[in-house]
Design a protein around this ligand. Structure first.
Ligand SMILES: Cc1ncc(COP(=O)(O)O)c(C=O)c1O
Length: 347
């Protein structure tokens, strides 16, 4: 099977390029460049009981999430990143040979985890504006698929899936997983539908908005029965103490984090305008904290390499559905300025 193509951390990028860690402009992982809440750092530095195992049932964190998400804690489960929940959901539903629908181009963990669980990936391409092909997915469902993944906003394309499309798929009875890892940047959610549909799961993450990607916290909103089953099959201490503390403290400091989210949303607009102003770039509108760009004249790979040499990292795609594309995470204003100056030199 194809391994997951992961991104490198700051220290490795620094070693490869000779650029000091502080000088690296990391726009390849959709992380929050403003970092975590100061409350997280303070709580982590004073917590006295790291020698004790974490709460396997994540009680305090799930209670804290109730208020933020707006559903009772018996519908919530936390994972070591939402990546872990993708894997657990597949373990719960998939037997070897079962089909899982993947609306490509999309997030690479869906096919990766489907294959590690012995499932068969059925790719249904999105249309030219990256909207989900609802009738194509329905056709694939009719051919006995077990589960469909829909990232909304979608990574790497940045567009959301409208509620009417999700409802059409829910009507078929298939389990629909709506992955809202970038919810805080789009403001669109299917969470209220979970209470009405026992085949809908919504996944969220603390990695992008709360600035704690390195601590690995994601959660899911589930029909009660599915939450109970997942609680039974998950590894006992899947979310470590530091991760649980960091997530709880983030939820106590929403005012601060909202400011960084708003700064990123404002910068998204500015970055889009700057990229649209470059001759070789065609950026696609985004409701996430990144922008996908199609690059003219086969220049994407060269630009990606030359940016890397300058210590500026973006994600490069060259697949049949994403030819010559770059995905650029929204950084701070100074990151946009450095990126655009480098692009003007390179192109
Ligand atoms: C659509 C989508 N879902 C899930 C994730 C993973 O999130 P986490 O860090 O919570 O595992 C990502 C990360 O890039 C993503 O783009």
């Amino acid at each position: 099977m194809k391994p997951y193509s992961y991104i490198a951390p700051l220290e490795v990028l620094s070693q490869h390029t000779g650029v000091a860690v502080e000088g690296i402009i990391k726009l390849d992982g959709n992380e929050n460049p403003y970092g975590c809440s100061p409350k997280v750092k303070e709580a982590l530095s004073t917590y006295p009981y790291y020698h004790v195992y974490p709460d396997s049932e994540q009680r305090e964190l799930r209670k804290a999430l109730e208020g933020y998400v707006g559903v009772p804690d018996n519908r919530l489960l936390v994972g070591s990143g939402s990546d872990e929940l993708i894997d657990l959901i597949l373990r719960l539903f998939i037997e070897p040979g079962d089909k899982v629908i993947n609306c490509v181009p999309t997030f690479g963990m869906y096919p990766f985890s489907t294959e590690t669980c012995g499932g068969k990936v059925v790719n249904v391409p999105r249309d030219e504006s990256f909207a989900v092909d609802v009738s194509g997915v329905k056709k694939a469902i009719a051919e006995s698929a077990k589960l469909v993944f829909l990232a909304s906003p979608n990574n790497p394309t940045g567009n959301t899936t409208p509620q009417r499309d999700v409802l059409k798929l829910l009507e078929t009875g298939i389990v629909v997983v709506v992955d809202e890892a970038y919810y805080e940047f789009s403001g669109e959610t299917m969470v209220p539908l979970v209470v009405e549909h026992d085949n809908l799961i919504v996944l969220r993450s603390f990695s992008k908005w709360a600035g704690i990607a390195g601590l690995r916290v994601g959660y899911g909103v589930f029909p009660e029965k599915i939450a109970q089953h997942l609680m039974r099959i998950k590894p006992p201490y899947n979310v470590n103490i530091a991760a649980q503390i960091a997530a709880i403290e983030s939820l106590k400091d929403l005012g601060y984090l909202q400011e960084t989210i708003q700064a990123i949303i404002a910068e998204r607009q500015r970055l889009f305008a700057k990229l649209a102003g470059l001759d070789s770039f065609k950026p696609f509108p985004s409701k996430a904290n990144f922008i996908l760009c199609s690059v003219l004249n086969n220049q994407a790979e060269g630009i990606h390499q030359q940016l890397g040499r300058r210590g500026i990292f973006v994600r490069y795609f060259d697949t049949p559905l994403l030819k010559d594309c770059l995905r650029i995470s929204v950084g701070k204003p100074e990151h946009t300025d450095a990126l655009v100056a480098a692009l003007k030199e390179i192109c």
